[in-house]
Write a protein that binds this ligand. Structure first.
Ligand SMILES: C[S@@+](CC[C@H](N)C(=O)[O-])C[C@H]1O[C@@H](n2cnc3c(N)ncnc32)[C@H](O)[C@@H]1O
Length: 332
């Protein structure tokens, strides 16, 4: 299928030539080396406003800006991109490859009302299933426990804890756990089980939407863990914010372990497309991860160890991503 690719720039911006070189490399990498790139110079603030120009350089794929979200400013200015090695004046080749490889998925407009409705869906699912994922700890939780023990991680944050099969294992191992989850019914179940087991002393369970600022002070935990939270109905931009929040609340040298379903999963590329590499199956929206997305969320962390594993009957195909915080606060 034909694809139109444009590069919008401001004369004098030093980064558009870098973007141009990377764009050509990315086009070659996706087998589209012959694609003609249209160059558009933006010269006045009025022009920038008229075409909703998000700064120089801007790459448009089929007329749409895959790197912009509702917060990206419009104007005659230089543009910064979040890359795996920090803010940069151009997207990386890997980021460009990702948007060129699946433009319809990544460019499809995300309907935030549909994503928001997932919260109610999860509440209903948990109301109908007292132990949706069973009561035994998951395999990534057991592996993470080994890491946390070895690295002397004591204060732990768990995101998207669900009904707490893994939270309970962490508590039993003597860790202090703050468990966040946006479906209140799941947390009620978690608290009930922890109470029955006499394990509430080191548990803080809070209803919290992971799209909001984490309710913890800077550098206050040794480890952050989540099993299948990052692959929920979260846009790439929300995932980037969440990864930065995880970095903020971790102590330097602390560990971040998260699991995600990836593009090798049988459900990837099927179901109802929801934009931004998300699809819906049986009412559940999943954001399927590829390596560029893992890289994109790695700012301020050591390079990620990515271990594949499977879970459930489908089976779900997942990655366990482990990385260590290696820098101080990230630039905003
Ligand atoms: C696939 S389940 C996994 C639950 C748990 N980690 C486990 O493995 O048993 C994903 C969980 O993330 C929660 N969740 C999804 N989106 C969330 C969000 N934006 N904020 C907080 N929790 C969320 C869901 O309610 C659900 O409990």
């Amino acid at each position: 299928m034909n694809m139109t690719v444009s590069l919008l720039y401001v004369d004098g911006c030093p980064n558009w030539r870098v973007a141009d070189e990377r764009l050509r490399e990315a086009l070659a990498a996706v087998g589209r080396a012959a694609t003609e790139v249209e160059y558009v110079q933006v010269s006045t603030p009025q022009e920038a406003e008229a075409i909703s120009f998000h700064g120089s350089p801007t790459v448009l794929v089929d007329g749409l800006d895959p790197f912009a979200d509702a917060h990206t400013p419009v104007g005659l200015a230089c543009r910064l991109y979040r890359t795996e090695s920090g803010l940069a004046g151009s997207p990386t080749v890997a980021q460009l490859v990702a948007v060129l490889r699946s433009p319809s998925e990544s460019l499809m407009t995300v309907d935030h009302a549909v994503l928001d409705a997932q919260r109610r869906h999860w509440q209903e699912v948990f109301r109908a299933n007292q132990a949706m994922y069973g009561t035994n700890p998951s395999s990534p939780a057991l592996q993470t426990l080994e890491l946390f023990a070895h690295e002397h991680c004591h204060d732990v944050l768990e995101l998207g804890a669900g009904q707490g099969r893994d939270t309970l294992a962490f508590l039993r191992a003597g860790l202090s756990v703050t468990a966040l989850e946006y479906a209140p019914g799941a947390l009620t179940e978690l608290t009930r089980t922890a109470t029955d087991a006499g394990l509430t002393e080191r548990l803080t369970a809070l209803v919290h939407d992971a799209r909001q600022r984490l309710p913890l002070p800077d550098e206050s935990v040794d480890g952050v863990y989540s099993h299948m939270l990052f692959n929920m109905a979260l846009t790439t931009s929300e995932l980037e914010s969440l990864a930065r929040e995880v970095h903020r609340v971790l102590r330097r040298g602390g560990w971040h372990v998260y699991t995600v379903r990836h593009t090798g999963d049988a459900h990837h590329g099927t179901g109802i497309p929801r934009g931004d590499n998300m699809t819906e199956h049986g009412g559940f929206i999943v954001h399927f991860f590829d390596q560029p997305l893992v890289d994109r969320l790695a700012e301020g962390f050591s390079s990620a160890q990515v271990i594949p594993f499977e879970e459930g009957d489908l089976p779900r195909r997942l990655w366990r991503v482990t990385q260590q915080k290696v820098t101080g606060p990230l630039r905003s």
